[in-house]
Structures are given as C-alpha cells and as structure tokens.
Design a protein around this ligand. Structure first.
Ligand SMILES: Cc1ncc(COP(=O)(O)O)c(C=O)c1O
Length: 423
C-alpha cells in the first residue's frame, strides 16, 4: 500500500505525481506560457457563418475548465470529466440519469447534503430511493432483484469513515445499473473507483483536490464516452458547470495534491493513535487503525488511509461544546481537506439536514466529532487536542504535554519508518 503505487509498471505511463504537476503545463500555443492562462471570456467568435470554433460559449466549454477536466479524467483513469460549480452540482447532474420510477440504492450514512438531496428528489418522485447498508450483503443484495438503475457509494463515508468494497458491489450490479462512487474523502491520489469497476466518480473538489479552502467546486469522471457525453450535456443544460477562475485555482491546487495527501495522512495516523489512547474518548473511527472494522479492506482497496478522523467523546453535547471551544489551532468549521485543520460536530453541522431518526440509523451520535487533519505539525495538533480534552474532562486524566507525536510513536512502535521531520 503506497501512495506512489499508481503506475502500471508494464506501461510507460508516468507516475501520478508527475502527471499532476505537469497537467496543462506548456499548453499555451500563443506565448508559450508555462502555466496555463486563465480564459475569462464568456463567449468565442465564430470563424464565419455556421463555423463555430472549438468553444462558443463558456457555460458549454471553456479552455481553462477543459484543462482541469482532462487532468481529473486522467488521474481517475476515466475517459472524460465534467467540472461543476460545486460538489452538490456534480451529484445533481449524475442524478439526471434517473427517470421517475427508477430505483436507486444509496448508503444511509452518507454526507448530510447528499442525504438531503436524495431524500428531497425521491419525495418528488424523481426516482425511487432505498437507503441501505452496503457493508452488509444481507441488507442490500435482496434489493438487486428489483433491478435498481443506480447504486451510490461513498467510501470512506462521511463522517464515520466506513468502507465499502467497491469491486464487490461492481461485480454484483445487474446489467444497465450504474455504479457511482463519491471519492471526495480520498481524492484520486488514494483511490481510483473506476479501476475497481465503478462507472462514475464524483468529487467535491472543494476538499482535497483544491485543498486550500478557497474554491467551492465539483467534478464527475466517467468510465465510458457515452456516460461522459450524457453528463456533459446535462451539466451544460442545467447550467451547473464550474467557472474559469475556480477551475484555474483548482488546477493550481491540484499540482500539490499527492504531496499534500502524503503528509496529511502521516499526521492523521499520529493524531488517530493519540486520540485512541485518550481516556475521554470512547471510540476513534480511522481506517488506518487496526481496530477499524474495514482496516484490511482499506489496505487493499486504497493507496492510503486519508486524513479524516471521527471520534466519540464520552458524555454528550455539553462535553463536545466544551472541547471544541477550547481548541486554539484547529478551526471549528464545516468542510474538510484544506491545508488547515478543521473540526466539526456532524449532528449540528454537516449532518444537521438529516432527520433525527436518519442520523440515528447512520450512527451519528451527539458525542461524535469529525476532524480534518491539516498540514500543521502533528505535535501542535496533538497538544491542542490534549489541552482541549483536558479542559472538558478536568480531573479525569492528565497526559503530559510536550512531544506528543513522538510519544505516540514510542508507545505504538508503528511509526518508526516515518521521519520525525515529516510529522
Ligand atoms: C462526501 C461529500 N460529497 C459531496 C459534498 C458536497 O460538496 P460541495 O460542498 O462542494 O457542494 C461534500 C461536502 O462536504 C462531501 O463531504
């Protein structure tokens, strides 16, 4: 399991890291600009009557957006991609493939915004929806007899980091049924669902792909030309394509994605091990921990464990509030995947749109906290978490401050191959 094990060694293909850095570089035909220019023009002149050039109107096609789409299609091993204005716009576009009466199976424990959209559209009869648990074949496989048209996976899931076996679901789907995977939590650097048999990948590029918490965006990558064309048609028709400036910024962020993911997850492993060792924490959900139920699956399906951790604090909302308010270097905010660490309380923030019973079914408790581990030094993050935990559990347990990451390393012996400089 290595972040760099993306290259098919029998081919001459470049490593993903090289392709990411070089995406669109030296594309400029006019001036030889090394970094691709930003094309803000909304419209393009026709070469003559009835002679459109490659682009005619920026909603339908834009050279800057096209470069980002090509880079993402390449990294996800797809044949084509559509860049959208938000992650939800990408999801909305994919849902256009369904007709009224079509059945869709979706995970009951997905991102709250996805849950809200699927729930709302199915209530308006845009399609039929069945919430399932894709980690339990007895729960979802009987529904295959009803001939579903779409299976929706989110793996790892938001916020509980549950992992679904993509290849297993892909092999089981009936003919004509489209398998869609939301790959936001890992990015194409750590997982390629199309290579595992999925038909479509969606991303909130707002997260790791852009990586700097300054662009909201989305993308859809397809395994077949037919799907790629249909989805590009719908994105143009709905008017949900991404802006040129956002695409330019996202392409800039993308160039460092492999390096960011590498560091994010080294730090996340340290933080997860620290949290697991803390007496105020009931449970830690992180695929990189041996205690995670799908740790073995994550090792084969993914090229890394990612950098989102969720954990359950002993007590309830008041302990959560006390802890979150005492953090000094981790921001209490929605979103994830940026260079800065963000922490949130899913029940009242990212998953507040779900009904109470839907949250209960998903396993999102009042004590659950989600942490997006950024690129700060691991010691600083651990010390900050430690002092905040101490504040909300005064008297329960005190751990000495200091080189906390090094202490976790010594205690578990698992991080010995990691250079302390990287932490
Ligand atoms: C897994 C997942 N998918 C989709 C989205 C929606 O993306 P956006 O906020 O860019 O619309 C999010 C947002 O948090 C998410 O976490």
């Amino acid at each position: 399991m290595s972040i760099d094990s993306d290259r098919n060694l029998t081919s001459n293909a470049l490593h993903q890291r090289t392709r990411t850095v070089r995406a669109g570089v030296e594309d400029d035909q006019h001036y030889g600009a090394v970094i691709p220019p930003l094309h803000l023009s909304t419209t393009y002149s026709f070469a003559g009557f009835a002679q459109p050039r490659k682009h005619d109107y920026s909603r339908s096609g834009n050279p800057t957006r096209d470069l980002l789409a090509q880079a993402l299609a390449d990294l996800e091993q797809g044949v084509g991609a559509t860049v959208t204005a938000t992650g939800m716009a990408a999801i909305t576009t994919v849902l256009q493939l369904l007709q009224p009466g079509d059945l869709m199976l979706a995970p009951a424990d997905c991102y709250g915004g996805s849950w809200r959209l699927l729930d709302a559209l199915s209530r308006r009869n845009a399609f039929r929806l069945q919430w399932v648990n894709f980690r339990d074949p007895a729960d979802w496989q009987p529904a295959l007899r009803q001939n579903p048209r779409m299976l929706w996976l989110e793996t790892p899931s938001n916020p509980l980091l549950r992992i679904t076996d993509i290849a297993h679901v892909a092999a089981a789907r009936p003919p004509g049924c489209v398998l869609v995977v939301d790959n936001t939590f890992l990015s194409p650097v750590l997982q390629n669902p199309l290579a595992l048999g999925a038909d479509i990948v969606v991303h909130s590029t707002t997260k790791y792909i852009n990586g700097h918490s300054d662009v909201v965006g989305g993308a859809i990558i397809s395994a077949s030309t037919e799907l790629a064309e249909q989805l590009a048609w719908w994105a143009n028709c709905l008017g949900v394509t991404g802006s040129a400036f956002d695409s330019w910024l996202t392409l800039r962020g993308l160039r460092t994605l492999p390096l960011r993911m590498q560091q994010h997850q080294v730090t996340a492993q340290c933080v997860a091990e620290f949290l697991q060792s803390h007496a105020a924490i009931n449970k830690v959900h992180y695929p990189g921990l041996a205690s995670h139920p799908e740790h073995a699956l994550a090792q084969t399906q993914q090229r890394g464990f990612g950098a989102i951790i969720s954990f359950e604090l002993l007590g309830g909302e008041s302990e959560v509030a006390a802890m979150l308010e005492h953090l000094q270097h981790i921001s209490l905010a929605e979103s994830l995947g940026g260079v800065e660490s963000l922490i949130c309380h899913p029940a009242t923030m990212t998953h507040a749109a779900m009904t109470t019973s839907a949250r209960q079914r998903a396993g999102i408790s009042a004590g659950l906290i989600r942490l997006s581990v950024g690129l700060e030094h691991a010691d600083d993050l651990i010390n900050d978490l430690q002092q905040a935990l101490t504040q909300c559990t005064a008297g329960k347990q005190q751990q000495p401050a200091g080189q906390a990451a090094a202490r976790v390393q010594k205690k578990t012996g698992k991080l010995s191959e990691v250079s302390h400089e990287l932490l």
